[in-house]
Design a protein around this ligand. Structure first.
Ligand code: M6R
Length: 355
């Protein structure tokens, strides 16, 4: 039931702080001791490489998770689109372990991969929002995202839940003394920060109305982990508003996309990584020189007076949990401003059970 909300998408965006709190109390109940089954931890530790398999938003969440498995836990990790992996399987390492990410647990492309790797005798873990779903039942292990039912076709809280659960898993696999990260505290701070962005959503509605509602196209750019988040930001916007949107690594602009920048083309830059901010600002300036209308989302350490939305400083790999929220709201309000049925974009289904 969406209660007083006009659309489920807004309700589900609003639920994200509580989703984080639920995940903390379930998987990190005390003393930063992750509660992940021993079998999962031992089997992943025995593997020489992780393969994350997913589609759409879940794939985008995997791109963020992979960085945590590599940098926090030191495990080489590849992320693959399930529809590709199913029919064009790459050369596997000697001892792979598979992680399936799926809100619904029913995505046909991902199910096909699971069947293939089960036939090869490899072990797997599914992170899904739907307990007892096919990917839940057919994987070696499964953990619930406990995000509550996600009804809007555009996935929001499942993305945040998938990144959070991957973070907790990577944390469980890491040498935590060396990592020096209070994950529980950081996630709690993120929940508060997300709430702040949600409380100020009218500001983003105005940005959407001015900049995106009238536009034919839009671009999201970022580097490092932000280059992963902008893929999700762009997917969200295009899927619910039909504004043709591309998200890509900022350094790629000059290799082709810059040709599309005209007077008033919207370019949104996400900058959360201090070591990369200078480069992204340079890329953004190249678009401004061609007349782009820009909007910047930055963390405090990077912020300059001309920036539009400033987020507090948080662990660099966890910034996607926060920086995605303004993009979700921009997508929502652009769809709303265009008078569309936000929860049911044309041509799309919530759960994609055909290949
Ligand atoms: O249920 P899944 O997470 O496996 O679904 C994967 C995609 O179909 C899904 O994320 C899709 O991209 C969403 N509509 C994006 O908002």
């Amino acid at each position: 039931d969406k209660g007083t909300y006009p659309f489920y998408m807004l309700k589900e965006i609003d639920e994200q702080p509580i989703v984080l709190r639920h995940l903390i109390s379930r998987y990190l109940p005390q003393d930063n001791e992750p509660q992940i089954g021993e079998g999962i931890i031992n089997d992943i530790k025995a593997a020489d490489r992780l393969y994350i398999i997913a589609a759409g938003t879940s794939y985008n969440a995997g791109l963020v998770g992979a960085r945590m498995f590599e940098r926090w836990a030191g495990i080489p990790t590849e992320v693959h689109v399930s529809s590709e992996f199913a029919h064009d399987q790459p050369l596997l390492s000697e001892n792979p372990f598979f992680i399936f990410l799926s809100q619904s647990g029913e995505t046909a492309d991902s199910r096909e991969v699971l069947q293939n790797i089960n036939a090869l005798g490899f072990k797997s873990l599914t992170l899904t929002n739907v307990e007892k779903s096919t990917l839940w039942r057919e994987a070696t292990y499964a953990l619930p995202l406990i995000a509550g039912p996600e009804i809007a076709v555009a996935s929001t809280k499942a993305y945040v839940a998938q990144i959070t659960l991957q973070a907790i898993l990577a944390y469980a696999l890491a040498d935590r003394k060396q990592l020096n990260l209070d994950l529980e505290q950081e996630l709690s701070k993120i929940a508060v920060t997300i709430q702040g962005i949600i409380d100020d959503k009218e500001t983003l509605q105005k940005v959407a109305d001015d900049m995106l509602v009238p536009s034919q196209n839009a671009f999201y750019i970022g580097r490092g982990v932000d280059a992963a988040v902008v893929l999700e930001d762009a997917l969200k916007l295009k899927e619910v508003s039909y504004v043709q949107t591309e998200g890509f690594a900022a350094g790629e602009l000059k290799h082709g996309t810059l040709a599309l920048i005209e007077q008033d083309t919207p370019v949104i830059a996400i900058m959360t990584q201090p070591s990369l901010a200078g480069l992204v600002r340079g890329n953004l300036a190249e678009t401004q020189a061609r007349g782009s209308k820009t909007f910047t989302i930055v963390t405090k350490a990077i912020a300059k007076p001309e920036d539009d939305l400033v987020l507090p400083d948080i662990n660099e790999l966890l910034t996607p949990l926060v920086s995605v929220v303004p993009a979700q709201l921009l997508a929502y309000y652009t769809s709303l401003g265009r008078g569309l049925d936000v929860d049911h974009p044309r041509n799309l289904a919530k759960s994609v059970t055909v290949q």
